[in-house]
Ligand binder design. Sequence first.
Ligand code: ADP
Ligand code: MG
Length: 333
Amino acid sequence: MLPDNIANQIAAGEVIQRPASAVKELLENAVDAGATEIQLFIKDAGKELVQVIDNGSGMSETDARMCFERHATSKIQSIDDLFHIRTMGFRGEALASIAAVSQVELKSRMHTEEIGTFIEIDNSFVKRQEPCQTAVGTSIAMKNLFFNVPARRNFLKSNAAEMRHIVDEFIRVALAFPHLQFSLNSNGQQMFHLEKGSLKQRVIAILGQHYNSKLVTVKESTDYMNINGFVGKPETAKKTRGDQFFFVNNRFIKSGYLHHAVMNAFAEMIPAENYPLYVLFIDLDPAHIDINVHPTKQEIKFDDEKILYAFVQSAIKHALAQFSVTPALDFEL
Ligand code: ADP
Ligand code: MG
């Protein structure tokens, strides 16, 4: 038998590949906990510190201890639940993985408690636990990622590259939840401070003021699914990628197939090799998708991809046609 901490280290490799993986998991946990204000602190591109502080539900003393156990999830109880997932997390693997490959400090308090819990974990083991004064909500700090797996630590990229991954993950979560406040502080410098607002305000705050009055609303529904969001007017299409986002049930996904559907809708309107902005949210019954395909949940399977493709393409065509007839039309989401 492998000792638990070694087994955890091996399993952790799938979930936590780099600092940005922890950023994604910790931000999603804060969202799942019902937080309305979420702060991300980074030091040394996450190699030294990734910390998320939220004002969500907090955890009881027992939950705070349990949450680092593998498969300790509060989010699904049965196999059936797996097909109705509405939370970002459900595997109960993230915190166990983080705890296996770093030094973790957690502080948490529920609003019903006077006093919170502090827990320090090193290499999967609880090193210290004591009551502490802390705000309602949770703070989780992941320090010295891969301190105990030097081969993985050496494999990390330059700070600039790791920071780009971190910002990508931050942006994806911040776009998906415009009604929540997010901030990102790196080495003491504030990189983002995003106030609660509409999706349009969030898109412009993140992707640039030049998109102001250049966004076309996409909004269409059938019995089977909805699509909501924005595409950039054709003249804002760029030669570089980076402003393209698909979310399915609020989860960022990568899909070459759906990207193609958007590009097809824009065909003839933009020069070849140019990419329009899109920030699109597709919502459908979770029973029709399988998000369990990949540990980072960025790839998902749909029951019927062809229907989805046609739906996305026609929704964008309609949006673009409408804007060329009545250019002033610009709904708030
Ligand atoms: P999952 O999100 O898949 O359930 P995680 O390992 O990410 O698994 O988290 C384990 C559990 O710890 C969660 O189910 C939740 O109960 C608790 N938890 C984690 N982060 C927070 C947080 N920021 N606030 C409150 N509870 C949390
Ligand atoms: Mg989680």
